[in-house]
Design a binder for this molecule. Sequence first.
Ligand code: SF4
Ligand code: SF4
Length: 89
Amino acid sequence: MGFEVPIVLPISKPRKGSSGETGLWRVERPIINESKCIKCWLCWLYCPEEVISEGENGFPVIDLSYCKGCGVCADVCPAKAIEMVREYG
Ligand code: SF4
Ligand code: SF4
């Protein structure tokens, strides 16, 4: 006689604001250069904070209230359209 053990996959779903608004501790912020962007949306796909969305002009926009400045979006951008700049000087 056997019984089935339910399989629960530990899937992580990013949710905007799940870790709260970003304080003053962020060291760098991402800046998108729309003239280089090819709209591949890899930045949107990989952002762990889910703070990238489509702006009115069809290009990605970043909600800096929640962006943690991790730089993942800049790393995955194939067009080098995202630059991380220092927050303070
Ligand atoms: S820096 Fe990190 S948190 Fe901010 S938009 Fe890029 S991937 Fe998302
Ligand atoms: S990853 Fe780079 S090229 Fe692709 S949508 Fe984002 S900013 Fe544009």
